[in-house]
Design a protein around this ligand. Structure first.
Ligand code: HEC
Length: 156
């Protein structure tokens, strides 16, 4: 009998421990933060007048499937790249996130893209900055984000 009680106690204890671990692992992606050193890296493409256009092309081809053409991700549930939370992050921080991804939460790693392309896409994401913070339609970013994003313009 004592043995049974012990088994039950142990079982309950282990269940609690497992639940606690699961909780931590599923906690929101607040922990997904770029290291300070990476976040401090400046965008070498920031002053290149062609960067945003190049980045836009890449975005439509590579990112829009999840983040949508306007970057809002409102129908797909991917991160809203127009949101103040994202726009407040440094270019270096976004570069780090795009490079490493967060595969557990559905964001692939794009380390295979050339570095310049990753910086270009960030330069484009900056043009999506949304005043309302909701990724709503009709703002500047929407026009830039969707516009004439037909296939022919996406080919290089
Ligand atoms: C397969 C779907 C998918 C693709 C393709 C994708 N993303 Fe994401 N992305 C996500 C998801 C889902 C998240 C949210 C991950 C999280 O919060 O943990 C995310 C998060 C991000 C973030 C971080 C947002 C934040 O909250 O800090 C950035 C920046 C980003 N994506 C940019 C891009 C760029 C640029 C591309 C194209 C090169 C791209 N993503 C392609 C799904 C995708």
């Amino acid at each position: 009998m004592r043995f049974k009680a012990l088994t039950i106690t142990l079982f309950v204890f282990l269940t609690v421990v497992c639940l606690a671990i699961a909780q931590t692992e599923n906690s929101p992606s607040e922990k997904w933060e770029a290291p300070a050193e990476a976040a401090a890296q400046p965008n070498p493409e920031a002053k290149n007048p062609d960067a945003a256009a190049a980045g836009r092309k890449l975005f439509m081809r590579t990112c829009a499937g999840c983040h949508e053409e306007d970057g809002s991700g409102k129908d797909t549930g991917a991160a809203n790249l127009r949101s103040p939370e994202v726009q407040a992050q440094s270019d270096g921080a976004l570069f780090w996130k795009i490079t490493h991804g967060n595969t557990e939460h559905g964001m692939p790693s794009f380390a295979s893209l050339p570095e310049t392309s990753r910086w270009d896409v960030i330069t484009f994401v900056r043009t999506l900055k949304d005043d309302s913070g909701k990724g709503s339609e009709g703002s500047e970013g929407k026009k830039q984000g969707s516009g004439s994003s037909n296939q022919s313009r996406q080919q290089q």
